[in-house]
Design a protein around this ligand. Structure first.
Ligand code: ADP
Ligand code: MG
Length: 391
């Protein structure tokens, strides 16, 4: 198999150069993406108006529909760019890794064709890691999505294994790691594999072999997440045989025998209030639902703001509060809140902002004061919901 990285000084220099290049491209892309995001919001807004206002004949409706599709793809791309360039510092917590992986795989599996099987092989008694669970599950999801794509023609097996390993200075399994205890996660597929010239470029931003279907931002994001976690990623691949990505994360070895409390001690809990959550990203809906139920709220989620609005209109008193994403295709979070308030003015609302550059003025003008960062760690979410339901 072609090993993507070895450990010589030359490789180290190339690795540093690559990291700097990534950094620079990230900054540049982020700036452009932010401006572009505003332009797209403008297009989406007027598109919505045009569709509502015109008594459309078939041809006009078709063209507007196509513009809408293109606009949504562009919005999605810009979102990925922003996530990649503006990734927040990880909110790390000491926790067991395998439930995070399971959660990501569960999410992945729901979208997989039946000819792709997912298996896990976890060693017993694994030490915990200090990670941002949302970011790590995003990384696993990205690797899984790529693996599924590589296997979609023939089917195959996706195997995720985790074992403990000790990294020593004279035998670094991947450059950039510090010696010490680590978890080694291997994500293996039996898909198409890659020739060496592809292997060499997979972490490059915008490098994709999928044409219009790809963005080339999945692996750069995974790479960034691991770097932020003091971990590393390498790969081996053989055309026609498959690919294995190896991830290393520092493990936490407890000084005392007592395991850290994994309870809900540090969380402010609700008491079954019914929260409507609206976000066009299915993956975040999945995670938010889990978090809300852990925080003892009931949640009904929508990926389409129009559907959310209809559900609210149908039963305005059944929801105690509304939590919404800001940037969504078709209708912004602020527009949704305004429409919902027109139905029931006193309803409790909060918004989840994906990046600090979201339109804060619009939020001020709409009087929406409770804002959560995305991704929201459970303690922060708990406090924000408490503030939202406070009298
Ligand atoms: P995208 O998936 O949008 O193309 P990524 O950064 O996720 O962007 O991946 C970059 C490229 O790496 C892919 O286009 C593909 O050629 C290659 N690749 C990544 N993972 C795999 C895999 N598991 N098997 C085969 N090729 C892969
Ligand atoms: Mg990808």
């Amino acid at each position: 198999m072609n090993n993507a990285m070895a450990g010589s000084d030359d490789d180290e220099r190339i690795r540093l150069q690559q990291a700097q290049k990534l950094e620079a491209i990230g900054t540049l892309a982020g700036g452009i993406a932010r401006d572009f995001n505003n332009i797209l919001a403008h297009i989406a807004g007027h598109l919505e108006l045009a569709r509502a206002e015109a008594e459309l004949d078939g041809a006009m409706a078709f063209h507007l529909g196509e513009i809408d599709k293109a606009q949504q793809r562009a919005t999605d791309l810009v979102k990925r760019l922003l996530m990649f360039s503006n990734r927040q510092a990880p909110q790390r917590k000491v926790l067991p890794l395998t439930p995070v992986i399971d959660e990501a795989l569960l999410l992945l599996q729901s979208a997989l064709p039946p000819n792709i099987r997912v298996r896990t092989q976890y060693a017993d008694h694994l030490p915990p890691v200090a990670v941002d669970a949302l970011q790590v599950s995003q990384a696993i999801l990205n690797l899984g999505t790529n693996a599924a794509h590589a296997m979609r023609a023939q089917g195959g097996d996706l195997t995720v294994s985790v074992q403990a390993t000790t990294v020593t200075a004279d035998a670094l399994p991947a450059p950039g790691l510090q010696p010490g205890p680590h978890l080694h996660i291997a994500v293996r597929d039996t898909g198409s594999g890659m020739p060496p010239e592809v292997v060499a470029r997979v972490f490059e931003p915008f490098f994709t072999t999928k044409g219009a279907e790809g963005t080339g931002l999945g692996l750069p994001m995974v790479h960034g997440i691991l770097r932020d976690h003091d971990g590393a990623i390498t790969l081996e691949s053989e055309p026609g045989v498959g690919t294995t990505f190896h991830i290393y994360l520092p493990a936490i070895v407890q000084a005392t025998a007592a395991a850290p409390a994994q309870g809900n001690d540090d969380l402010v809990l609700g008491h079954g209030q019914h929260v409507m959550y609206v976000d066009d990203e299915e993956g975040l809906i999945f995670l938010m639902k889990r978090m809300l139920s852990r925080l003892k709220y009931r949640c009904t989620a929508f990926s389409d703001p129009h559907e959310a609005l209809e559900a609210f209109r149908a039963a305005p008193d059944s929801f105690d509060g509304v939590l919404t994403d800001l940037a969504m295709p078709g209708m912004t979070g602020v527009q949704l809140v305004e429409a919902i308030r027109a139905i029931r003015p006193e309803v409790r609302v909060a918004v989840v902002t994906g990046y600090d550059q979201d339109d804060l003025t619009a939020l001020d003008e709409a009087g929406i004061s409770i804002r959560l960062n995305k991704p929201t760690p459970p303690p922060e979410l708990g406090r924000a919901l408490q503030a939202m339901f406070q009298d």
